[in-house]
Design a protein around this ligand. Structure first.
Ligand code: SF4
Length: 258
């Protein structure tokens, strides 16, 4: 499978834009998609949306990439990484839901093939109240297994077993932690959507039949009144991990057998 990331929708379609870095990147991405398809790969794109995304442009972009023979679209709202240099353009929950309703309502004759569950897409459109499953997409990087998810770096475990058994999962997720307040990313919520589909298949079947609702009242939001305040610990954890690596140059920092 080939995943193509990093193309700005504002620079799409590449043929209609004559200059600029975005146009060049979009052109490269379009060429890469064509080459991957020609070579017989299953090819999907990764579309992360920010608050400057325009529903009509995103919808046109989805039409275009499907017309190119793409096998799937992975879509998610951007998450406000604490170390991201531009903190202004991340979406809050209300804006996320309105954006996705605007996009999904514009699906026309071209069928968009998403790489995610219908229940997760329904959640993005504000029709489901889901709690995060932080361990749903565990992340392992150079420092070890990252707690609690790939978006937040609040410590590292040496093994997967240690990650699962020693992380206090109830401290994370919307309603539990200030940093999670605006997160609707597939990292934590796709796993919840899939769990819900398995646990209540009749509900998932009804949702699949009706499709993604793009108007009417939204599902209740999780209250934020009891969330704990943000702790800015990422840099300290990275510095500790770097110090550990320097002091044990010859040793692996995580047990890859787990
Ligand atoms: S809500 Fe879940 S996925 Fe999102 S940042 Fe918090 S723990 Fe990670």
């Amino acid at each position: 499978m080939v995943r193509v990331s990093g193309t700005r929708i504002s620079a799409w379609p590449p043929a209609s834009v004559v200059a600029g870095t975005g146009a060049a990147v979009a052109g490269i991405a379009a060429t890469a998609i064509a080459a991957a398809k020609q070579a017989g790969f299953r090819t999907i794109i990764n579309a992360t949306l920010f608050d400057n995304a325009k529903p009509e442009r995103v919808a046109a972009f989805f039409d275009d990439v499907m017309a190119m023979g793409l096998d799937g679209i992975s879509v998610s709202p951007g998450y406000a990484y604490e170390r991201a240099p531009d903190q202004q353009h991340f979406l809050n929950r209300r804006k996320t839901k309105e954006l996705f309703r605007g996009i999904f309502s514009r699906q026309g004759k071209v069928k968009w093939s998403f790489n995610q569950s219908s229940m997760f897409l329904d959640f993005l459109a504000g029709n489901q109240t889901f709690h995060c499953t932080p361990w749903g997409n565990p992340t392992r990087n150079y420092f070890g297994w990252q707690r609690p998810c790939y978006l937040l770096g609040e410590g590292y475990a040496k093994t997967f077993k240690e990650l699962m058994e020693t992380t206090d999962w109830d401290r994370y997720g919307t309603g539990n932690y200030e940093k999670c307040a605006d997160c609707m990313v597939h990292s934590g919520y796709e796993a919840t959507a899939v769990t819900e589909t398995i646990r209540r298949p009749w509900k998932a079947a009804a949702q699949a039949l009706r499709g993604i609702r793009t108007d009417g009242p939204m599902a209740p939001e999780i209250p934020l009144t009891r969330q704990r305040p943000a702790e800015y610990v990422f840099s300290a954890h990275v510095e500790q991990a770097m110090a550990r690596i320097k002091s044990r140059k010859q040793e692996p920092i995580a047990d890859t057998a787990d």
